[in-house]
Design a protein around this ligand. Structure first.
Ligand SMILES: [Ca+2]
Length: 87
């Protein structure tokens, strides 16, 4: 799990992995919960990955000011990276 402003609205959002059955009630491997303000998180917005990651970190590794995702799988391939395309 990590926190970053994925939709660039100034409010911190949450990304979480889901590597067990029934997680997030959608069984998707990863999801973003968008901060709606006043302590409310919407979601989940599913992020599709080839298999379930065991961890995810949000960081701006491309230097464009937007958070990207880097995660770890327990099987091959061992790593994944998703670049933010929020405009
Ligand atoms: Ca946000």
């Amino acid at each position: 799990m990590d926190v970053a402003d994925f939709n660039v609205d100034g409010l911190p959002d949450v990304v979480a992995t889901c590597n067990f059955d029934g997680c997030l009630q959608t069984a998707q491997p990863m999801a973003v919960f968008v901060n709606q303000g006043a302590g409310v998180l919407a979601g989940p917005v599913n992020v599709y990955t080839p298999t379930s990651p065991v961890s995810v970190t949000a960081t701006d590794f491309t230097g464009d000011g937007r958070p990207d995702l880097v995660g770890l799988f327990s099987t091959n391939p061992g790593l994944f990276a998703l670049h933010s395309n929020v405009t």
